[in-house]
Design a protein around this ligand. Structure first.
Ligand SMILES: Nc1ncnc2c1ncn2[C@@H]1O[C@H](COP(=O)(O)OP(=O)(O)O)[C@@H](O)[C@H]1O
Ligand SMILES: [Mg+2]
Length: 252
């Protein structure tokens, strides 16, 4: 069964960056096959990895809903939708990427959503690792009626607002039919020593800190130059931090 790593947290705290660095680690250590899922409608995981994303699951859904009769004659609609889905998976040597894209508009999407869910469910079985970069509200994870996550990484920046968002996500988890095996707190843009107020607040949330990522100038430079984070040097501070976390986590 594939191992599912999911990331969540407030917008802008570094989920996509940590996702990209986790994928970098999996790629460098030869863990494969890996499926990266960008589940944030304001998505940019592909961009961070230097990939051109042209179509999303949301596009497949909208295209089909706009013209449900557009299924080629003689072809079953499930087969048709699955064919469209297979076309939007971006494959690279190191991993594959599936971008969820926008949520549905108005109308009844149950049928197409069921087909899409079944497809992604089946698809994920082909991979050893699944890494899901979620949006702040975890819509994608929370909508699934059941499921499991082996490692849930809740990302915060070094700010109380980020931590409070983590606390809300943790509370929400109680109401979901989601089996989470391990949960860890990732503190991004962390100073060398976390201050006592931050630590006290983190303690209340009661999630172990599994990674502290310092401010890393190289990230800004790579962002500006649209370079893939996969190509960051091994000794870049953010890479060092995420590598150590991944190594620990996968040893469990
Ligand atoms: N440790 C860090 N050092 C420097 N810049 C960072 C760091 N982490 C994230 N960033 C930058 O902050 C911005 C937001 O990060 P991002 O990963 O897109 O957040 P999210 O996915 O949570 O919205 C990006 O431009 C990213 O390059
Ligand atoms: Mg993001």
């Amino acid at each position: 069964m594939s191992k599912i790593i999911a990331l969540a947290g407030k917008g802008g705290v570094g989920k996509t960056t940590v996702s990209a660095l986790a994928l970098r680690y999996l790629a460098k250590t030869g863990a494969s096959p890996v499926l990266a899922v960008d589940a944030d409608p304001n998505s940019n995981l592909g961009e961070t990895l230097g990939m051109d994303v042209t179509k999303t699951v949301g596009d497949v859904r909208e295209d089909f809903m706009r013209d449900p009769q557009g299924v080629p004659s003689g072809m079953d609609k499930i087969v048709y939708i699955e064919m469209l889905m297979n076309q939007i998976i971006i494959e690279t040597q190191a991993f594959d990427l599936l971008v969820m894209g926008r949520q549905e508009g108005q109308g009844c999407y149950c049928m197409v959503n069921n087909i899409l869910n079944r497809f992604t469910e089946q698809l994920s079985k082909n991979y050893k690792y699944l890494l899901v970069d979620n949006e702040a509200g975890m819509e994608h994870l929370s909508r699934r009626t059941s499921g499991k996550v082996d490692m849930l990484l809740l990302v915060t920046d070094y700010a109380l607002r980020g931590l409070r968002a983590v606390a809300r996500i943790k509370e929400m988890l109680g109401g979901l039919k989601l089996a989470v095996t391990n949960i860890g707190l990732v503190v991004n843009r962390a100073p060398e020593e976390l201050g006592s107020v931050f630590l006290a607040e983190a303690e209340k949330i009661d999630i172990p800190i599994v990674c502290k990522i310092p401010e890393d100038k190289a990230l800004l430079e790579f962002d500006m130059e649209r370079k893939s984070l996969i190509d960051l040097p091994d000794d870049s501070p953010a890479v060092v931090a995420v590598d150590a976390m991944m190594k620990d986590m996968l040893a469990k």
